[in-house]
Design a protein around this ligand. Structure first.
Ligand code: 0CH
Ligand code: SF4
Length: 316
């Protein structure tokens, strides 16, 4: 049977960012250094394939520190943790390694600095997301007001509207966040903040690549997990850029082939926590059904790398 022609536009950059790379390396190196089990508070990154792989090597994933025994090392996930978490680990004299991405830690430090300067914070982020919980948890209760949408900006009640600063989650939609920042600046003209927002280079670059692919395609597949904020944003960016069918898939078995019937061009990208093996798996699944030509759409090159903490670089 003749397979239909299909052009597969592969977005670049896609997949692992420097923070994810480092976080996974931290768990692997901790297992080498201390042996199994090593506990990990929260999924190290939001990807089942990565988590299952580390679990097979002896990592034990838990949601809270009180689920960890005091005599085994624990690692904090890439998304960051409230201040109370390392404080409690110290109180229990536990061995812990913080895999918070340095670009998330940078936001924590910003929040602390503004707080010390007497400013109340507004955080743009998603309620309940571990990064938002971790960043808000850098300051005492009530010091960080959360806004998720432009509409939320009208509802917050700061102590003193003239003494405010804003910070953001690192994995938000660049365009939606710009609208929220604009609304904040309109309501609170003296609000202090970063140059644009705190969205990281990897989030920004992956969204830009999707925008470049969108006009060429009939459908977009984003490889990523349903709890991965940055991956879900890529689906939204695809739709906003005019791609009527944009879908999040964890791996090839999630692809709805009936929805893709008749397409001639597909876009493929991957969230910052999705490994490249899953991208290859998806490409192979297309090759089994179509006569595929792969075209790379590269909008930026990345060469950022973050060092793992010193404790893991030192011999045991
Ligand atoms: O996109 P989120 O924050 O949900 O997390 P992820 O999918 O694990 O990707 C890595 C980002 C970690 C913190 O910025
Ligand atoms: Fe760090 Fe950005 Fe990756 Fe998050 S998405 S881990 S902030 S580089």
């Amino acid at each position: 049977m003749d397979r239909p022609d299909l052009t597969l536009y592969l977005a670049a950059p896609r997949g692992f960012c420097a923070g994810v790379d480092r976080a996974i390396k931290i768990v692997e190196m901790a297992l080498e250094k201390w042996g199994a089990p090593v506990f990990v508070r929260h999924e190290i990154v939001h990807n089942k394939f990565v988590v299952d792989g580390l679990r097979a090597k002896g990592a034990v994933f838990v949601e809270e520190l009180d689920e960890c025994p005091g005599d085994r090392p624990v690692i904090f996930s890439a998304h960051g943790v409230p201040k109370a978490v390392p404080a409690e680990a110290e109180r229990r004299a536990m061995t812990f390694v913080d895999a918070t991405c340095p670009l998330v830690s940078k936001v924590h430090i910003e929040a602390e600095r503004h707080h010390q300067n007497g400013l109340q914070m507004v955080m743009i982020g998603h309620a309940g997301h571990p990064e938002t919980l971790g960043t808000m948890g850098q300051l005492p209760e009530g010091e960080v007001l959360l806004v998720e949408t432009v509409a939320d900006v009208a509802t917050i009640a700061p102590r003193n509207p003239a003494k405010l600063a804003f910070i953001t989650q690192t994995t938000l939609s660049v365009d939606d966040t710009a609208d929220i920042v604009a609304a904040l600046k309109t309501r609170f003209p003296s609000i202090v903040g970063p140059h644009k927002e705190d969205i990281c280079y990897a989030t920004t670059n992956r969204q830009e690549a999707v925008k470049a692919v969108a006009p060429k395609i009939d459908a977009l597949l984003v490889i990523g997990a349903p709890n991965s904020s940055n991956s879900k944003r890529l689906v939204e960016v695809g739709r906003a850029a005019g791609c009527a069918y944009a879908q999040l898939v964890q791996r090839a078995t999630d692809i709805d082939w009936r929805a893709l019937e008749g397409i001639r061009a597909v876009g493929v990208t991957a969230g910052a926590s999705a490994p490249e093996v899953l991208v290859n798996e998806v490409i192979d699944a297309f090759r089994a059904r179509f006569d595929v030509t792969v075209e790379l759409v590269e909008t930026a090159q990345e060469n950022i790398e973050f060092k793992v903490p010193r404790v893991l670089r030192e011999p045991a």
